[in-house]
Design a protein around this ligand. Structure first.
Ligand SMILES: [Zn+2]
Ligand SMILES: [Zn+2]
Length: 101
């Protein structure tokens, strides 16, 4: 789930940006760094493509509904992640960017 390609510094930066909480639900439970765009789909290890999620939101982002949430789908989580990051890095947010700007 977590790429070995993320540097320690990048990971720290992302945690700090989110205030050491889940970016979506503010939980501090087992926060993990998640790729907004999967690396297999061209996502990068840059902070613009990374977000801190708690274990529950992270599982949902990967399509695993641990808590039997009735009304939240993987698509909802993906959408929320995109909106969160786009807000931060608008107007030129592009997690698919292959190289440096
Ligand atoms: Zn969460
Ligand atoms: Zn993930």
């Amino acid at each position: 789930m977590i790429s070995a390609g993320i540097s320690k510094g990048t990971r720290k930066y992302v945690y700090a940006r989110e205030g050491y909480r889940c970016a979506l639900c503010d939980s501090t439970k087992y926060i993990q760094v998640h790729h907004c765009v999967k690396r297999s789909e061209g996502g990068t290890d840059s902070v613009e493509n990374l977000i801190c999620l708690c274990a529950d939101c992270h599982a949902m982002a990967h399509g695993m509904n641990l808590n039997d949430w009735q009304d939240v789908t993987r698509e909802d989580i993906e959408q929320a992640v995109v909106e969160y990051l786009a807000d931060y890095y608008a107007p030129d947010w592009n997690p698919w960017r292959a190289g440096p700007r």
